[in-house]
Ligand binder design. Structure first.
Ligand code: PHB
Length: 391
């Protein structure tokens, strides 16, 4: 072949086609569509916003792109309503054709989402909802969690309360999967350490008519109360508990959701409450300090556990995407990379279990002023039992 200008151009083009750089691939793939299915109204609205803030902060720190792909957000307010969850998630999957879904907060909504994700194969990263089944019986290669399982948040609290010398406890929560699983896990841990749960009180989600139940507690005089509420409901419960004078006679405990992101509003009523959670204020590690500073600069407020979980959903996505050069269709490679990764979280580094739930430290915290101050590590590298998962 003679080296004419035309031939040189043809050879050049052929060579360029052979060497597809990640950059060229990312351009060909276009924007990455991220469906955010979170509560933007109702008792969990603040949680949804903090998760989105955390996720966006991580993306911004990567220059606004992951694996060379710009991010396009499609948002759905799931209203923490399980009866609307299947329709909502199918809109994201079928109408909007998203590449990945990040959500939800509410365990009942999560079950419907996990079912749809499993059926369609759409990538799902759960940045809060603790429903045990999501990384248990419903676990799947394309479903990951950046947060916790309900069992994990509350099991260690049982031992903590027993060690503080409490013999008889009452649990109180909303009657749905999260509350039921957290109080059951607390009971399991408490009774294993010699305590006894004498009564389990519930009210419908997201109700805040606590008065009759507080009267029951006052009459029963247990040594301790263990409560799961979160968001707006947690603010009201902790305030009502103190207004009834119960905080003076019967110490209140809970998973950390009871006092996370809520202390501004709870004020004096929350002082001294012990909780267990996979995050705490004043961890004082370089990683967490840098995260908190960056978050406060952008959003003019302190981050909470939900912001951390949103941020880490971004990190998990980035690890998987980078292994597949931005091509989310390569699901096995995506999962293999995430399964091997150590996620450098503000909460401390964690790995994902075989069932794709974080294996993480559970901290004991105590409310002091506007902070859930770290007291100790209640359980080191706690793994969820992943009951029923066959991954
Ligand atoms: C849940 O429904 O799984 C849930 C909701 C709010 C929390 C924690 C768990 O703070």
């Amino acid at each position: 072949m003679r080296l004419t200008r035309k031939n040189i151009l043809a050879i050049g083009l052929a060579a360029a086609a052979l060497v597809t750089t990640p950059f060229a691939q990312a351009q060909a793939q276009g924007k990455l569509k991220v469906g955010l299915m979170l509560p933007y109204s109702g008792t969990y609205a603040a949680l949804g916003n903090a998760i989105e803030n955390g996720f966006r902060l991580y993306v911004a720190e990567q220059g606004g792109k992951l694996s060379g792909r710009e991010i396009e957000f499609v948002k759905v307010d799931d209203e923490s309503d399980p009866s609307k969850a299947t329709d909502n998630v199918n809109k994201l999957i079928k109408r909007d054709n998203v590449d990945v879904i990040v959500g939800p907060v509410h365990s009942g909504v999560a079950m419907a989402m996990a079912r749809a994700a499993k059926e369609s194969g759409t990538l799902l990263i759960v940045p809060n909802a603790g429903a045990d089944a999501v990384t248990g019986a419903m676990c799947a290669p394309n479903i990951f969690r950046s947060s916790f399982s309900n069992w994990q948040s509350s099991f260690a609290a049982g031992d903590v309360v027993a060690r503080q010398g409490k013999k008889k406890a009452i649990t109180i929560t909303w009657k749905y999967a999260a509350g039921e699983e957290m109080t059951t896990a607390f009971k399991e841990g408490f009774e294993k350490s010699g305590g006894q749960v004498v009564k389990q009180l519930t009210l419908p989600f997201p109700g805040v008519e606590f008065q009759a139940l507080l009267t029951d507690i006052a009459a029963a005089k247990p040594d301790a109360v263990f409560a799961f509420f979160a968001g707006g409901g947690a603010v009201k419960f902790v305030k009502d508990y103190a207004a009834a004078g119960l905080n003076k006679s019967i110490p209140l405990y809970g998973p950390g959701f009871l006092t996370d992101g809520t202390l501004e509003a709870q004020g004096d009523s929350a002082q001294g409450i012990f909780t267990t959670l996979h995050y705490a204020d004043a961890l004082n590690t370089p990683r967490d300090n840098a995260f908190r500073l960056a978050y406060a600069k952008v959003y003019k407020q302190q981050p909470d556990v939900y912001a951390v979980q949103g941020y880490d959903a971004g990190q998990i996505l980035a690890v998987g995407l980078s292994a597949v050069q931005g091509d989310v269709r390569k699901k096995a490679e995506f999962a293999a990379a995430v399964e091997k990764a150590i996620i450098d979280s503000p909460r401390g580094p964690f790995t994902l279990s075989k069932a794709h739930n974080p294996v993480q430290n559970i901290y004991l915290r105590k409310v002091d002023g506007k902070e859930n101050k770290l007291v100790s590590v209640a359980a080191k590298a706690l793994n969820d039992p992943a009951r029923g998962c066959r991954l």
